[in-house]
Design a protein around this ligand. Structure first.
Ligand code: KIV
Ligand code: NA
Length: 265
């Protein structure tokens, strides 16, 4: 297997090969994603939504993300493992942030951490990178800041916001981030940022002219038809397929069709 490293990420951008990334939170799903040849797996704090059922990513704890990350670690052979720093674990106290980053790194086998935030968090991000931990930035829609912005809408719609975003992206590259995730921003702005940086920009709802794409696996599998924003392409309808399987099993138990003689000892 041609193991994906942060160095390979840079090479893929140089060779104009797009980078594929998906989220995973458990062993079985991570194994299938790795088998399919996806380049990077993100243990996203979206675990708060799709695993735990919270409305925001804010409640997820360090212990919880580490449990998911360890489960995913055991499954991956080729993909780069990136783990989110959860809300409050990297928030303006660089010494505390590097301690939390170190805890996640030591206890999970993560190969990089992802951090939401720009200029405000540079001191934290620089300390973490100095400690030997590769960092992926995350700009645009930053779900941990949902209450600051009052929702999950498109970001960088005004010139002022767009200027701040471009500046933050440049500062993150200068600070030594190996890559940046750009979430839910206009495609032309994302394209401009991707072409102005040397490090790969991974988009989600950021159009086609970036260096790679990331989606929440449960979304692209169509596991929740109530959540289908237009930036998500549903590659299957697992909600229907799984609900049908569960309902058929239920019917078979009630009718005593299951188990059959062949399925008994
Ligand atoms: O937590 C997550 O799943 C993410 C991706 C959507 C980028 O941060
Ligand atoms: Na996240």
């Amino acid at each position: 297997v041609n193991k994906v490293t942060v160095q390979l990420f840079q090479k893929m951008k140089q060779h104009k090969e797009k980078i594929s990334m998906l989220t995973a939170y458990d062993f079985t799903m991570a194994k299938l994603i790795d088998q399919a040849g996806i380049d990077a797996v993100l243990v996203g704090d979206s675990a708060a939504n799709v695993m735990a059922g919270y409305d925001t990513t804010i409640p997820l704890t360090l212990e919880e993300i580490m449990y998911h990350a360890r489960s995913v670690r055991r499954a991956l052979k080729r993909a780069l493992l990136v783990v989110d720093m959860p809300f409050g674990s990297c928030s303006g106290n660089p010494y505390k942030s590097v301690e939390n980053a170190t805890t996640i790194f030591k206890n999970t086998g993560a190969e990089a951490l992802k951090i939401e935030g720009g200029e405000e968090l540079l001191p934290d991000i620089k300390k973490i990178i100095a400690a030997g931990i590769p960092v992926m930035g995350h700009l645009g829609l930053m779900p941990q800041s949902v209450h600051k912005y009052g929702g999950f809408g498109l970001r960088a719609k005004t010139d002022q916001e767009a200027e701040k975003l471009k500046r933050d992206a440049r500062l993150l590259e200068e600070a030594g981030c190996f890559s940046i995730t750009l979430e839910k921003v206009p495609a032309t702005l994302a394209a401009e940022i991707a072409s102005s940086l040397r490090i790969p920009v991974i988009g989600i709802g950021a159009g086609n002219e970036v260096d790679g794409q990331v989606l929440v696996s449960h979304d692209m599998l169509g596991m929740n038809q109530e959540f289908s924003p237009k930036f998500v392409r549903q590659y299957t309808n697992l909600e229907e397929i799984m609900t049908n399987a569960f309902a058929t099993y239920h019917r078979d138990v009630k009718s005593q069709d299951f188990p059959s003689a062949e399925e008994a000892y």
